[in-house]
Design a protein around this ligand. Structure first.
Ligand code: IUR
Length: 465
């Protein structure tokens, strides 16, 4: 026996060597590694080497499942009343620009905006809720939007921070285990994943995003979570507004049944899928219709108002935000010192609005962080004044930037102008964001899943893993 107690050959250098040479790790070896990560029994160099070995050699589905399970139990696992069985649902997005659909959330990463940062532009909103407080809010209101508790999945905190500095973020098994270990520790019954693809997404090609989605759906299902993934386009921003408080304003419009069509469609499709997954709707299409009805009749907005109050927002502030005019909402959220509109450089039809250059400029203007813990400016943002497929005339404004200090530089104006892609074609209807839906193995036929009416404007393809 060596000092690891796993038998000879299982010291950490031997474990790293095994993965480095492309061999499969046994369950107990993965458990041994994750426990050592959690308890501080490994040198940083050893953890970094193992991460790189996994990044280069990959893991098979069994190894991924074990890694996810071991990470999930590295800290506290949430417990819920038995009567909530099948009804606890969550959503995850791999991140993008203008993405304002809620979930148990994170901070902005790179150019992407974090849901928690957006919600913290609402005065008083508290994203730090203990598991006991979460349970109380869920009993009282039925939903909450919270940050990940400190006690949940400590192994992921260690590994995630190291991945960032060892060029191992983009590893399929590591992403799969990182995302799903947190969902497994939350003990959710159903999960819908919004896996983005396109120029402003983590994975730019549809194929690579599909591979990630299939891995997440397959491992999620094996964990006992009813998991569905939607592959959605992230070339242009979701909706018409980017930036923290501007996105809260747009989310409020959506909660009133209005706002941009792409956002409304994504919200109703993701929510409709969750209703179908937990047995509350006969198909995703029927579920989507129920979500749309709750947006149109004000009940979704009423829930949001109750949730704001349950999470620390004063009653008068929550009311002004949820029932006030746009001007009253600005008074609650505040606004940036200045606004600047940029004119279209020529006549044409909008082919694309590139999200990445917009996000990069807003980041420089103070909307994002370059270091962990840095304060951000919630008021910096952009409003798109055009939509894809629309004709624009030379000189007409196409984007409005909200800035504080600094103002826009000429370089930034040039970068932004490059984001508007025009052509001489006829106007056209934009394609919807959801391109494909990935279902667990053994799911039913297309009509059964989407409903007879399909998914509205979505031409989504269904695939099962
Ligand atoms: N979000 C996570 O929770 N984990 C990851 O590895 C990535 C995004 I990338």
């Amino acid at each position: 026996m060596d000092r690891t107690g796993l038998g000879s050959g299982n010291s950490f250098p031997a474990l790293i060597r095994k993965k480095r040479d492309g061999e499969k790790l046994r369950d107990e070896e993965i458990r041994h590694f994750v426990r050592a990560v959690t308890r501080g029994g490994l040198q940083e160099g050893q953890m970094g080497a193992m991460l790189m070995a996994i990044r280069l050699r990959g893991m098979d589905p069994d190894e991924m499942l074990t890694l996810t399970q071991e990470m999930a139990v590295s800290g506290r696992v949430l417990e819920w009343p038995d009567s909530w069985q099948r009804l606890l649902v969550d959503k995850h997005s791999t991140g993008g620009v203008g993405d304002k659909v809620p979930m148990i959330s994170g901070r902005g990463l790179g150019h992407t905006g974090g849901t928690l940062d957006k919600l913290e532009s609402v005065p008083g909103f508290n994203v730090s809720q203990s598991p006991e407080q979460m349970r109380c809010i869920l009993e009282q209101v039925g939903c909450c939007i919270v940050g990940q508790s400190e006690e949940l999945v400590p192994a992921d905190k260690v590994l995630y921070a190291l991945r960032d500095v060892t060029a191992t973020v983009d590893s399929l098994p590591l992403i799969t285990a990182s995302i799903l270990s947190k969902k497994a520790a939350e003990k959710v019954s159903a999960l819908v994943l919004d896996v983005k693809f396109g120029s402003a997404a983590l994975y730019t090609s549809l194929d690579s995003a599909r591979t990630l989605a299939q891995s997440l759906v397959s491992v999620g299902s094996r964990l006992g979570i009813c998991t569905v993934a939607m592959l959605s386009r992230m070339d242009g921003p979701l909706g018409q507004r980017v930036g923290h408080s501007l996105e809260v304003l747009e989310a409020l419009q959506c909660l009133e049944g209005q706002g941009p069509a792409d956002l409304h469609h994504l919200v109703t499709t993701l929510g409709g899928s969750l209703l179908w997954q937990c047995g509350k709707a006969g198909s995703v299409g029927q579920g989507a219709a129920r979500i749309a009805a709750s947006l149109a009749d004000g009940s979704a907005l009423g829930k949001f108002q109750a949730m704001l109050q349950a999470q620390g927002v004063e009653a008068g502030v929550a009311q002004a935000l949820c029932t006030g005019t746009e001007e009253q909402r600005y008074q609650v959220l505040g606004r940036a010192r200045g606004q600047e509109e940029l004119p279209a450089a020529q006549d044409g039809t909008v082919q694309r609005v590139e999200a990445l250059p917009i996000a990069q400029v807003l980041h420089e203007l103070g909307a994002g962080r370059t270091q962990k813990g840095q304060p951000i400016n919630h008021h910096v943002g952009a409003e798109l004044l055009v939509t894809v497929g629309q004709r624009v005339a030379k000189g007409s404004p196409w984007i409005r930037i909200h800035y504080d200090t600094p103002e826009l530089s000429n370089d930034q104006r040039r970068t932004l102008q490059g984001a508007l892609v025009l052509a001489g074609s006829e106007p056209f209807a934009p394609s919807c964001k959801v391109a494909e839906i990935i279902l667990p193995q053994g799911s039913r036929s297309l009509e059964e899943v989407t409903g007879e009416q399909g998914l509205g404007s979505s031409q989504a393809l269904l695939c099962s893993v």
